[in-house]
Structure formats: structure tokens, C-alpha cells
Write a protein that binds this ligand. Structure first.
Ligand code: HPA
Length: 248
């Protein structure tokens, strides 16, 4: 079964034939909402809206640990996350889709690990490749089958939010090598890794990052919203095909 985490602009998966919803509790608290189970074609899929189904949970208040734990408790292995970003690299213009291959964490104060307390031995996870190559490749192949252009690779910078960045912060992020900036990539990717989940992200560029292009003077949120609405139709075309790579 494939898990899909929907972000801003994707609180419902219209291509999913819903069978039931289930409320799960975890040792880490409540996930963002009930898990939605169903099928895309003949493949089983579970969907979770990261910000809640009414988009009420801001990025810094998402219970990432509960979300990933709930999905992991279903014994599934593959998670595809959808996340909106601001584009920093010149080719990451609004409406562009990208499958990042690296990440830099600028968040703070979030519950970012399952390894805490004194009852467990200290564990380190390898994070050289933060995203699962298998999931990334299936997303790229699904995009090809859907005839949708996506950019393969790129560095995702995870900022704290909920405010957007200043123009100077974007210059600094670019100097760091960041290509796209979003608020939810971390600790989601690291927690997925801790649980051994094969996790990849499809990033949807909602706007030029602060100080760039159409956002030279300000980020126009209404425009970003409209871009996301259109882009999510294309994302769904990819998701419909990415399930084909799942065993069941
Ligand atoms: N910055 C951070 N997160 C975002 C942006 C942005 O410009 N656009 C969408 N999510």
C-alpha cells in the first residue's frame, strides 16, 4: 500500500476511491487527521492531509512524529509527500514540479526524532541520501508516463515558517545551495528515515521565492494559491501513475 501525504493545495485526493477513514492515535499524539483509505485503480492507497482536512494546522505545529508513526503502523513502506515550495533556482518558476534529492534543515523547536529519553540506546541514522531513490525514480517514471515535465533533483531548504522569508534570507539560502524553499520537508524526511520508510517528495513551486522574479517586491499569496490549484491537477496525474509501481 502506498501512502500519500498531501500538502497545501492537496487536502483531498479526488482520484482516490475512498473505502473508509480511520482515526489512529500514536504514542506521539494525534496525526493531522483521520487516515483516508481507498484505491487508485486496483492499488491500495492511504492518504493523509498534512495540515488537516480543513488546512488548519500550520507547518510548525504539524505533529510530524504522529503522522509518520501512524503510516508506519500500517506496515507500508512507501510514502510520497506533496509539498509546496518557493522557487529560488532560476528554472524553478511558479507551476514547476520537482523531485528534490537533497535537503537542508533550517527549522527549530520541532519534535524531530523518535530517539529521545533514556530508555533507548543512542542511535544514529545515515542521512547522506535524505530521500529514497526508489520512490524518487518511480515518481520520475510516473511523470514521464503522465507526460508531465518534472525537474529531477534539487536541494530543498526547510524553513520554520509560518512567515515567508525575507529577500536577504533567500540570498543566504541560495549561497547555501538551496534551490527551493518550503516549511514542511523537515523533520518529515528524517522521521521517515528513522522508521525505515521509503520516502520521496514531489515539490510544487507555488511562487518565486522572496525578492525573486514575480516576488521581487512581495509574494502575492492569491497568485500562489491559483498556481497551486492548477499544478495539483498535474500532480494528481503523476500520483495516479506512481501507484502502478506499488506491489498492492
Ligand atoms: N517559502 C517557504 N515556503 C513556501 C514558499 C516560500 O516562498 N512557497 C510555498 N511554500
Amino acid at each position: 500500500m502506498l501512502a500519500i501525504i498531501g500538502g497545501t493545495g492537496l487536502t483531498q485526493l479526488s482520484c482516490l476511491e475512498i473505502s473508509h477513514r480511520r482515526i489512529l492515535t500514536t504514542p506521539y499524539g494525534e496525526p493531522s487527521g483521520p487516515l483516508t483509505f481507498g484505491h487508485i485503480g486496483d492499488k491500495r492507497v492511504v492518504f493523509l492531509a498534512r495540515h488537516g482536512y480543513g488546512h488548519t494546522i500550520p507547518p510548525h505545529e504539524v505533529n510530524y512524529r504522529a503522522n509518520l508513526w501512524a503510516l508506519h503502523s500500517l506496515n507500508l513502506t512507501r510514502v510520497v509527500a506533496v509539498a509546496s515550495v518557493g522557487g529560488i533556482r532560476a528554472d524553478l518558476t511558479p507551476g514547476t514540479l520537482a523531485i528534490p534529492d537533497q535537503i537542508i534543515d533550517y527549522t527549530h523547536g520541532r519534535k524531530y526524532t523518535y530517539y529521545e529519553g533514556t530508555d533507548k540506546p543512542v542511535s544514529y541514522i545515515d542521512f547522506t541520501e535524505p530521500y529514497c531513490q526508489l520512490s524518487r525514480e518511480s515518481l520520475l517514471e510516473a511523470a514521464k508516463r503522465a507526460n508531465e515535465q518534472v525537474i529531477a533533483g534539487g536541494v530543498y531548504g526547510a524553513t520554520q515558517g509560518p512567515r515567508l522569508e525575507s529577500a536577504a534570507e533567500i540570498i543566504r539560502l541560495e549561497r547555501d545551495g538551496v534551490d527551493m524553499v518550503g516549511m514542511t520537508g523537515m523533520p518529515e524526511a528524517a522521521l521517515a528515515k528513522e522508521l525505515g520508510l521509503c520516502y520521496a517528495t514531489i515539490a510544487v513551486v507555488a511562487n518565486d521565492a522572496a525578492g525573486r522574479g514575480t516576488s521581487a517586491h512581495a509574494i502575492r499569496l492569491e497568485d500562489a494559491h491559483a498556481v497551486l490549484q492548477t499544478a495539483m491537477v498535474r500532480v494528481k496525474e503523476i500520483l495516479v501513475r506512481v501507484v502502478e509501481f506499488d506491489a498492492d
